[in-house]
Design a protein around this ligand. Structure first.
Ligand code: B1M
Length: 211
């Protein structure tokens, strides 16, 4: 059983060199790549979140932790790749208007890509109009919206409303996720589904495209 606490602590300390060393050790020990991400890297980031909340950590430290986590993810990424070479469908993903959080969204995008979907990642602070434009330009079959702030959750509804207004709602499945999001909220705003983490998002997209 691999001890993930050292890896999590390196993320909390924002020590990229240590994160990379410990991720490499885990890879060499043949630890499941998803466990490295979920238990080691995200496990550390969750502690960062709790400390940020009680002002025990501040923005520069949080950003260093985020960067260290991303450096670790980059090492694990090639192990997750190798899904089907065919495109199982194009997913347009982005963080909604007013929201700059991109770590979870990027993780979801990466996992989808590794599972054989084509992913168009628009980045952060994306308006409903920009999402619509990307769906049209890329023949998007799934729209994946991320929000981390309670104040930006409503932008998910505006984006879905814009799909309806453009007459595209029946042509695109909409999934939503992010720390403040729930299935109840998904039902309220008329999304096709909610996923709590990246693995669940992959399952949900596959299910929606099969139906
Ligand atoms: Co922000 N922040 N932040 N922040 N930040 C939170 C979200 C917060 C909960 C912290 C807290 O107070 N405890 C809080 C929100 C409170 C609320 O609204 N309820 C908060 C706040 C208040 C703010 C600011 C307003 C702070 C300020 O300036 N006063 C500000 C807002 C800026 C803005 O967006 N306009 C802000 C800024 C920042 C930083 C820039 C410093 C940095 C972001 C860096 C970046 O993303 N490049 C940051 C960070 C890092 C966090 C915390 C600490 C960590 C978020 C994270 O990356 N987690 C966060 C606290 C927390 O969540 N514990 C916090 C790791 C990531 C892997 O998890 O994003 O949840 P997560 O993604 C998960 C799932 O949610 C899910 O899968 C992922 C993998 O499991 N998921 C999806 C995500 N998107 C999905 C989409 C899907 C499906 C699943 O389908 C489409």
């Amino acid at each position: 059983m691999f001890d993930f606490s050292g890896l999590s602590n390196a993320v909390i300390e924002g020590d990229s060199d240590q994160v990379q060393a410990k991720v490499n050790a885990a890879i060499n020990a043949k630890v499941d790549p998803l466990a490295i991400i979920n238990q080691g890297l995200i496990g550390g980031m969750n502690v960062v979140g709790q400390r940020f909340k009680v002002n025990d950590m501040f923005v520069p430290e949080v950003l260093m932790s985020a960067r260290a986590m991303n450096d670790g993810i980059e090492l694990v990424k090639p192990l997750l790749a190798g899904g089907e070479m065919t495109n199982r469908g194009t997913v347009i993903i982005g963080t909604v208007k007013g929201d700059l959080h991109d770590i979870g969204k990027s993780l979801v995008g990466m996992m989808l890509e590794c599972s054989g979907f084509k992913v168009v990642d628009l980045g952060v602070d994306i308006s409903p109009e920009e999402f619509i434009k990307a769906i049209k330009e890329n023949d998007g079959k799934v729209l994946a919206l991320s929000a981390l702030l309670t104040t930006t959750m409503l932008s998910m509804k505006s984006t879905i409303d814009e799909c309806v207004a453009q007459g595209m709602r029946n042509d695109v499945k909409v999934i939503i996720g992010g720390a403040p999001i729930s299935q109840e909220f998904s039902d309220q705003i008329g999304a096709d589904g909610y996923a709590g983490d990246a693995a669940a998002a992959v399952e949900l997209v596959a299910k929606l495209l099969a139906s």
